[in-house]
Design a protein around this ligand. Sequence first.
Ligand code: ADP
Length: 603
Amino acid sequence: MKKVALVFALAVIAPSLVLAWLALRSLRDQEYAADRRQTLLYQNLADSKAAAVEQHVTSAQRAFAYSVENMCKTCQSRQLAEGFDARLRDAWPLAEVGFAVSLNGGILAPSLPGSAEARKFRVENDRFLCSTESCEVYWNSPKGPISLAALDAKEAMIRSETSSKSPKGERTVLPVKEAADMSSSKLSVGETNFRELVGSDTDGMFARFLQDKLHVMFWHRASDDPLILFGAQVSIPRLAEELRDYVSVAEDLNREVCLALLDHTGKPVALSHSGFNPSRQRLDARVSANGRTDWKHPFVAAEIGEALPHWEVAVYLLDPTQVVRSASAFKITLGLLIALLLLAIAVGSWLLVADLNRQLRLARQKTDFVSNVSHELKTPLTSIRMFTEMLAEERVNDPAKRRQFLGIITAETARLTRLINNVLDFARIERGEKNYQFAAFDVAALVSETVESYRPHLEALGFTLRTEIPPEPLTCQGDRDAIAQVLVNLLSNAEKYSGDGKEVVVVLDASSGGFEIRVLDRGLGVLSGCEEKIFDQFYRAHDSLSCGIQGSGLGLTLARQIARAHGGEVAYQAREGGGSCFILKLPHRSQRNRGGSDLLEKR
Ligand code: ADP
């Protein structure tokens, strides 16, 4: 049994525990993968929107160049340069200031006595555009960004004080779902002067920060005079207005995320969901120290690039708890499945072990049964042989003694017959071949006949046998012989398990429900806990080894099978004052049950 349990533990329990552990691990991986998938999906969205915004700025630069070319067609570049600021603002709506620079060193437009805007522009940009000063610029040149190493570090330090206060190297926003190294910006920033910046190119753009304000400039080289460059300082509010369309979200994601275009200070310039407040959406409700909404911690974000440095397209979750909720729902479902699986394995294992135990017990009982039956056959055979030999050799002359020996031989033969009948009937019932001869009979007569035939044997052994049987005939429907066999089995048990209490009482009661035949003794009684087990096949509560009482463990099994085949029952009750009381219940009219069907069901 221990070996079976070990094999079972190794073959079933251990693998199922390993499986459960693997399932739990895969649950964690699944969670991570789902999270990763979602992050990637939103990151792709942010990246594509950022690329579209950058593309828009590039298209605007192309539109500017096209406007300049159109203007150049009407007059000479030098002529155009004089009133370029006003003409450009008329012709191209994004222009805040239009400027013209001669690479020989002079600013041709806007003229200094012009508008306040123009004057401010000249103050801020003259030295850079005349290439007398290097500045830190974000420059998306086709030849690649300018290398800082090329510049004199000392000179760069002095100039940085006067130029921008733009955030350098670091990103304005810190997305929740990005690795730590993503906190640094991928923008290329370098110090250069205007002449170096334009080189021999025809078109270009650059951006610079002045007093923490972003300035985006487009420039285009005049086709008739390569030394003249026309440029525009782009109006950021108007450009932002044009970029509004890019923060729209497709239908399927509209209920999940809000898109925002953030400027270099981390404030939204455009929003896909007006009125959206990321601080309210956040689980930890992060609000900046001055009580203003914190836009700097989106779910994911993507930088636009050098065209709009430190501007980002940010993705915020409309309902961050949904991620947690769906993750925990997934976890609970899988957890329940695993628990159910383990429970099923545990219950299955328990059933298997219980069945195995039952089989083992049955196998043991069968072995005991064989030795019990052999013993039960041997004992009466020995005494029959001994007494017949004595009688045959005429060694007994006393007629009383001879009668006594003949009585013993008859009783032993009856015992043998009973045993063999029991075994044969049991085998028949097991095979479903037992046939009952149902007919009406007088149960009162049957009980008194059976008891009386047993009386001499019991009285010879010193028993007192009392009966309480109604004198009038009581008609019952059933197999007379089978019922007699049950009664004989019960009487035989009362005799076998009598101990010192040599009293047997047989009572027959007729009620409206049927008949009750009770066989009472003052014997050993049935141990508590065994009241039902004694009806199991081969089961013996008092076995030959411990009590020296012979038996096959079939008598009560058979009695119950026969009773049930008649629609009745055999039950045990402890007798008041000690001993046993076995009750055979029979209905008035027995229904014809197939013999052994109950046994088969029970097994
Ligand atoms: P057997 O008597 O051949 O062992 P049975 O099926 O007739 O088989 O009985 C099963 C068990 O029930 C017996 O081994 C015995 O322990 C218990 N038993 C039966 N009848 C009595 C009784 N009258 N008093 C006490 N125990 C009994």
